[in-house]
Design a protein around this ligand. Structure first.
Ligand code: ATP
Ligand code: MG
Length: 234
């Protein structure tokens, strides 16, 4: 079963001579309960593609379906509600709210969904514990290391129990050892929570942690490799 599927999706920026075809006629299927790496050189269209899968951006042509819902024709309000309850995001620069503590940052997506305070706190503390930050729950992002901030962001992305978590170069601002720890943590969380992660990277070293690899070049999907890690037949 797939958690997201794109059919013949294109997205360009600009007009005339300045037009850039960031994603060209891309068709992909993101399967349930997998760790998928979207890999390609800088400028190949990874962020554009993740924004389309994440319903942050809309395709010019083609169709996008997430968690069984065709999102193409959804109105903006409905789309942001859908996004808030079904998709978690992890960013390169962590994107935590600086005035909120770690636990408040993790609670934030639940606040948006109207979950009551006691339940929010319980969920957020359990997630911080799961990412190894039980002791740091009251600290603000400015009082945490880069790796710890990204752990908070992983906990936040999982707070609503999303069907799909999208991570755009989540290790780009970390040293390589911390980056490997963060990938391993995402892997563990993906398995334990039976959700799907899509992780973009231009670092070939991260490919070894993937179940499935989607290779993109100049906006076009050039290859999809399934079951890479487990050695199962594709
Ligand atoms: N808002 C924008 N306006 C105009 N062009 C854009 C915009 N965003 C991206 N592009 C162009 O679209 C193409 C794909 O960009 P995208 O950010 O998706 O690549 P990427 O694979 O994420 O790159 P990186 O690895 O550097 O993050 C690039 O040529 C980029 O310059
Ligand atoms: Mg990018």
């Amino acid at each position: 079963m797939q958690v997201a599927s794109l059919k013949n999706v294109s997205r360009s920026y600009g007009k005339g001579a300045a037009k850039v075809d960031a994603v060209r006629d891309a068709s992909i299927e993101i399967l349930n309960n997998r760790f998928t790496v979207l890999s390609g050189p800088s400028g190949s269209g990874k962020t554009t593609l993740l924004n389309l899968i994440g319903c942050i951006d809309k395709a010019d042509t083609g169709s996008v379906s997430v968690a069984g819902v065709d999102v193409d024709r959804m109105r903006d309000n409905a789309l942001s509600d859908f996004r808030a309850s079904h998709i978690g995001f992890i960013f390169q620069n962590f994107n935590l709210l600086p005035v909120l503590s770690a636990v408040e940052n993790v609670e934030y997506p639940l606040t948006l969904l109207g979950v009551r305070a006691a339940e929010r706190r319980r969920t957020a503390l359990a997630l911080l514990d799961a990412v190894g930050l039980a002791q740091q729950a009251k600290r603000r992002p400015g009082e945490l290391s880069g790796g710890q901030r990204q752990r908070v962001a992983i906990a936040r992305a999982l707070a609503t129990g999303p069907a799909l978590v999208l991570a755009d170069e989540p290790t780009a601002n970390l040293d390589s050892r911390t980056g490997i720890e963060i990938i391993e943590l995402m892997r563990t969380m993906q398995r334990e929570r039976a959700t799907s992660f899509v992780f973009s990277s231009h670092d070939p070293n991260v490919l070894s942690s993937a179940d499935d690899i989607i290779l993109i070049k100049d906006g076009a999907i050039v290859e999809t490799r399934r079951d890479v890690r487990n050695g199962r037949p594709s």
